[in-house]
Design a protein around this ligand. Structure first.
Ligand SMILES: NC(=O)c1ccc[n+]([C@@H]2O[C@H](COP(=O)([O-])OP(=O)(O)OC[C@H]3O[C@@H](n4cnc5c(N)ncnc54)[C@H](OP(=O)(O)O)[C@@H]3O)[C@@H](O)[C@H]2O)c1
Length: 218
């Protein structure tokens, strides 16, 4: 059976993506950092649909966690899809951020996806890796420079790693505001897409995306 990894699969866009992948007969390995209850709820939704999956806890910016995640996936079947969705958002200017929040964004939003791609490309012979960037990565904004830089760098990594990845396609999706806990914490009233709409776009990109390209959500 084909296996899909979704980092940040326990909430928001990642959770909607995990459920869509289960609809498409993938066994889904849901990665999350700490909040197990949300991950268990997503796994239950997948099982209620007749699908299969598993959970993996850990901070994907740690090399041993990224390695362990991919190793676990290979015990479940053939890894053919990876969605690098885990992310953190602290929308402040560089001078107003604490060093630990700067580190958290660079580690989770950039180092994590690079490590997961590195490990996945050791074992994948076909399939697709989808990196979740952001519209503020494509059109970076002052006021949230560090977040924008991490998302811009992830779109660039997609373009460059695509040239290094053999038969595995590397693509990127850049959502706009999406109705998740991440957005609502800072922007309670901002108009936003439902996470299911972004998940649909991710499915389209998995089927049709050209390697190296970044796609917005229409
Ligand atoms: N929401 C938006 O408006 C929006 C717009 C553009 C782009 N995006 C991007 O879309 C992605 C998903 O966003 P979202 O709004 O769905 O986020 P969310 O609701 O805040 O969910 C974040 C997910 O990432 C996991 N996570 C965070 N740090 C992690 C780490 N170091 N290691 C492993 N897992 C980690 C969380 O696990 P725990 O539950 O255990 O913490 C959770 O599953 C992010 O990359 C975000 O930057 C979001």
């Amino acid at each position: 059976m084909e296996v899909a990894i979704v980092t940040g699969g326990s909430r928001g866009i990642g959770a909607a993506t995990a459920v869509e992948l289960a609809h498409r007969d993938k066994k889904v390995l849901i990665s999350f950092r700490e909040r197990r209850r949300h991950a268990e709820e997503v796994l239950q939704r997948i099982r209620d649909l007749g699908g299969e999956g598993d959970l993996f806890i850990g901070d994907i910016s740690k090399p041993e966690v990224a390695r362990g995640l991919v190793e676990r996936a290979t015990t479940l079947g053939e890894l053919t899809v990876v969605v690098n969705c885990a992310g953190v958002y602290h929308p402040r200017s560089l001078p107003s951020l604490s060093p630990s929040l700067i580190e958290d964004m660079v580690a989770t939003n950039l180092l994590g996806p690079l490590l997961v791609m590195h490990e996945a490309l050791q074992v994948m012979r076909r399939g697709v890796i989808v990196n979740i960037s952001s519209v503020v990565g494509l059109s970076p904004s002052p006021g949230m420079s560090v977040y924008s830089v991490t998302k811009n760098a992830l779109a660039l990594a997609t373009k460059l790693v695509a040239e290094e990845a053999g038969d595995v396609r590397i693509v990127c999706v850049a959502p706009g505001p999406t109705d998740t806990e991440m957005l609502r914490r800072y922007h309670p009233y901002m108009p936003a897409d439902p996470p299911e709409k972004v998940a649909e776009r991710i499915m389209w990109v998995i089927d049709n995306g050209v390697s190296g390209k970044c796609y917005t959500v229409p």
